[in-house]
Design a protein around this ligand. Structure first.
Ligand code: GDP
Ligand code: GDP
Length: 450
């Protein structure tokens, strides 16, 4: 396996050694409260989730020796920058950005390598406003981080995974017990659950996808069934299907069917990334379908609506329009989900359904830069500022995306706990529209500083 190197860069005392220790997992480095305690450059083998790489810590410059400081700092940093494949640039979110940080940032920018900006010491939201200041370094979106408390590792993992080449990954990501959520990867199967009330046609659809009757007759070439899902390939892309019908078939107790379908649906939704809500075109939208949408929202999955048995209603041209209107009205938490007419019986529409699933997964995983978000936000705030609550003005300062899968945004400011529900809904709808996020729940959390 090739080895890749990540250099930890930053001015003294921002927490580089603490980060190094956390990544390497041993207390190799001496962490000291005295700024600039001299240490040698250290290297170690780091593990983060399924990522495996060499990490260089450049900590340890003698600040008491100002004459030689600049030169030594520069030499050591440049050496590390030269040997690195990616750079983790650390700033201290509590102290804010100093001229010293800016000097280092210049060196880093000149190295023209992938850079991940960590705003360290930001545990429990400390220094979160300075985190925004770090954005001004021109090194991309800062990740609020705490080396000491291990907060933000999942975001660091995502960022490293994007920055590092494929070969750094260990063979079996799911076994590694990563602290991080897995990032996108063409090789990972898309996890799709097919849910819907009894008789919607789930088994028929899955049989159609996999090839006739394989679901009932057991595994065949290329298709394996483990306890929870079915591995499939659609147009060269891996898919894992979670089928609730199969889970349910054992029970034939009629009055329990509805309940069971919901609890099976719950399991499937938990496993999946994209949920296909299968409706019966002859009986659209029932209470049970809506129960499933709540689940999808709660678990934060992407949604695609498939309207099955289209062969029975294809002669009714107004039906799709009515269904679309109904779904917009009733499925308000996952607005804009694609609606695909299918016939599990004939196979019509199945390819379009799969295309919609991949598109929904893409939306669900999307990341929007802090710059774009705040450009939009300032326009929104100008046109429609938040109301004053009992005489005090609610102040929204900025917004950043803290997570994807599903998109999760954080709003920073004062008095945000008093923000009326209608205003948060307004923001969420605006985000959905502006950044084209249909068919996924959108999370918005408030980070209020008083
Ligand atoms: P370096 O000079 O950049 O290597 O910084 P160190 O890793 O030696 O850390 C400098 C000081 O910051 C030490 O006292 C650490 O305990 C402290 N520190 C490091 N990371 C964090 C953090 O995430 N939160 C807080 N509050 N302190 C931290
Ligand atoms: P499940 O309970 O959701 O798994 O539903 P099944 O797959 O068992 O299907 C229920 C009934 O609907 C069966 O009689 C199927 O033959 C029928 N069915 C499923 N898909 C279609 C379809 O696209 N068109 C028509 N006309 N019937 C279908």
């Amino acid at each position: 396996m090739m080895t890749f190197t990540v250099a930890i860069i930053g001015r003294p005392n921002v927490g580089k050694s603490t980060l190094f220790n956390r990544l390497v997992g041993k207390k190799l480095a001496l962490v000291d409260d005295q700024p600039g305690v001299t240490r040698d450059r250290r290297e170690g083998q780091a593990r983060l989730g399924d990522l495996d790489f060499t990490v260089i810590d450049t900590a340890g410059l003698e600040e008491a020796d100002p004459a030689s400081l600049a030169g030594r700092m520069r030499a050591q940093t440049e050496e590390a920058l030269a040997s690195a494949d990616a750079i983790v640039f650390v700033v201290d979110a509590r102290a804010g950005i100093t001229p010293h940080d800016r000097q280092f940032a210049d060196l880093v920018r000149r190295a023209a390598k992938p850079v991940i900006l960590l705003a360290n010491k930001a545990e429990s939201r400390a220094g979160i406003l300075q985190t925004y200041e770090a954005f001004g370094l021109g090194l991309g979106d800062p990740i609020p981080f705490s080396a000491e408390h291990g907060e933000g590792l999942s975001e660091l993992y995502d960022a490293l995974r994007e920055a590092l080449p494929e070969q750094t990954r260990l063979p079996d990501p799911e076994e590694e017990g990563a602290e991080a959520e897995p990032a996108d990867d063409a090789d990972r199967p898309l996890r799709v659950a097919i849910v819907g009330r009894p008789n919607a046609g789930k088994s028929t659809l899955i049989n159609r996808m996999l090839g006739e009757e394989r679901l009932l007759t057991g595994p065949e070439a290329g298709i394996t069934r483990d306890s929870i899902g079915l591995d499939w390939e659609w147009r060269g892309r891996k898919v894992k299907l979670f089928d609730t019908a199969g889970m349910r078939r054992r029970s034939k107790v009629e009055e329990k069917l509805e309940k069971l379908a919901v609890s099976d649906g719950l399991r499937a939704v938990k496993f999946a990334e994209v949920v296909v809500l299968l409706l019966d075109a002859t009986i659209p939208f029932e209470k049970q379908d809506l129960a499933i949408q709540n689940l999808i929202e709660k678990e934060g999955r992407a949604l695609v609506i498939a309207v099955n048995k289209w062969d029975l209603v294809a002669g009714d041209p107004g039906r799709l329009k009515r269904l679309t209107d109904d779904s917009e009205r009733l499925l308000s938490q996952v607005k804009g989900a694609r609606i695909v007419p299918v016939s599990a019986l004939t196979g019509d529409g199945v390819d379009r359904l799969m295309e919609a699933c991949f598109a929904a997964a893409e939306v669900w995983s999307r990341r929007i830069s802090t710059a774009r978000l705040n450009k939009w936000l300032s326009r929104v705030l100008e046109g429609h500022p938040p109301p004053a609550v009992s005489g005090r003005r609610i102040k929204i300062r900025y917004m950043t995306q803290v997570k994807a899968r599903p998109p999760h945004f954080a709003l920073f400011g004062n008095q945000l706990d008093s923000l009326p529900e209608s205003y948060t809904r307004y923001l969420i709808n605006g985000l959905r529209e502006q950044f084209d996020l249909p068919g996924t729940p959108i999370r918005l959390s408030m980070r209020t500083s008083d």
